[in-house]
Design a binder for this molecule. Structure first.
Ligand code: NAD
Length: 361
């Protein structure tokens, strides 16, 4: 049973995050309950994935979609894309509640936004679901390659994370080789598994952990990665911690335990509190690659699909994540800012600059 939040808290939250629009989608026939959040459209239409998750409360779903959509604004800005930030969440268990009708109904809600919001897959959704949405609206990417889309964006997302990890390793060790470096990958789903492959291809020592034991066993065997329990990952003295599951794994409790000098992973919103925990990491001397900077590969892949770019161009844009990460780390060092504040400053400057361009003729 979902717990209802007080209605006035919704507007307080919108003010806090600075959203342009939030759409609540409800359809009793299909059981659809979803929220589409449009954060900022200065750079272009709001771009963001659709997550399906069995949130404990409606408040949790709202909070997630507001945080995710805001970070999309920053992600698109820092990746140099002409897109704004949005996101959507469907409340429900993806294994039990998802149907063609539910996804297509959701597609109708996206259609009604007339291109103000363009979506793609995320946790709990896949290319097949994007195909269902595509049956109702053109404002969706990440549809299967067989249908002329770019397919699963996860391998490109993993490539971007890998480039971000290398940029951090260069900052800390003087060169970006991953050979012999140790990495904990938490969450070995679509992105995590592809990342494990890239890391093992460069002879990194890889530890993996996932709540899905069967998957952990399979990935461990396939790539020669060491499986560890989720409870013990912070006891491991590795060089890099790569969160690739869900957000908020970096908080006051875990920062006390983390032994790794670098945190760089794909999960969105890894810091429970962007400012507080960003500062704590800075003080502790842990190099944190802001998630939205290094996990932009997925959205770059979708953007390329939208713009009709080649695979080569997509890869080039994704490899630029290396330089984007270095720029963030440089500014952080120069101005003694947390890496998150440094990244935000770079993203906000681009949005402000382009706003001026658009305000003139
Ligand atoms: P996924 O659902 O394929 O994989 C997530 C994995 O994490 C699953 O194997 C799940 O069992 C595991 N997991 C869940 N909770 C866990 C926990 N507490 N501890 C350990 N493992 C846990 O999702 P994905 O597509 O690989 O995305 C992973 C993260 O990266 C998400 O936060 C997503 O928003 C982000 N991301 C994904 C993409 C993409 O292209 N798929 C792009 C950018 C960012």
């Amino acid at each position: 049973m979902l717990v209802q939040q007080p209605t006035d808290s919704i507007f307080t939250q919108l003010d806090t995050f600075g959203h342009k629009k939030v759409v609540f989608c409800s359809d009793p026939d299909t059981g659809l309950r979803a929220i589409i959040a449009i954060h900022d459209t200065t750079l272009g239409p709001a771009f963001g994935s659709t997550r399906m998750w069995a949130y404990k409360t409606e408040g949790d779903a709202l909070n997630d979609v507001l945080r995710l959509s805001k970070s999309m604004t920053y992600k698109c800005a820092i990746a140099g894309l002409n897109m704004g930030g949005g996101y959507s969440v469907i409340i429900g268990d993806a294994h039990k509640d998802k149907t063609e009708a539910l996804m297509r109904k959701f597609g109708r809600f996206v259609k009604n936004l007339n291109g103000e919001f363009i979506t793609s897959e995320d946790v709990g959704t896949n290319p097949r679901d994007m195909e269902y949405i595509r049956m109702e609206t053109q404002y969706v990417t990440g549809i299967p390659e067989s249908l002329g889309g770019s397919g699963d964006p996860s391998p490109i997302a993993a490539k971007g994370v890998y480039m971000g990890i290398k940029a951090c390793v260069r900052e800390q060790f003087g060169n970006d080789s991953l050979t012999g470096k140790s990495v904990i990958v938490q969450g070995i789903g679509h992105v995590g598994e592809n990342l494990v492959k890239l890391l093992r291809d460069e002879n990194a020592k890889v530890y993996i952990s996932d709540i899905n034991d069967e998957r952990t066993r399979q990935v461990s065997k396939k790539y020669g990665a060491e499986a560890v329990s989720n409870n013990s990952i912070f006891d491991i003295d590795a060089d890099i911690y790569s969160p690739c599951a869900l957000g908020a794994t970096i908080n006051t409790e875990t920062i006390k335990k983390i032994k790794c000098g670098i945190i760089a992973g794909s999960a969105n919103n890894q810091l429970q509190d962007e400012h507080v925990h960003g500062e704590m990491l800075l003080e502790k001397g842990i190099l944190f690659a802001p998630d939205y900077v290094i996990n932009a590969g997925g959205i770059i892949n979708c953007y390329s699909e939208l713009m009709g770019f080649s695979k080569k161009r997509t890869l080039q844009l994704t490899e630029n994540i290396y330089e984007a990460t270095r720029n963030v780390l440089k500014l952080s060092k120069l101005e003694n800012l947390s890496t998150t504040d440094a990244a935000n400053k770079i993203a906000e400057k681009r949005i402000a600059d382009i706003k001026k361009v658009k305000s003139t003729y």
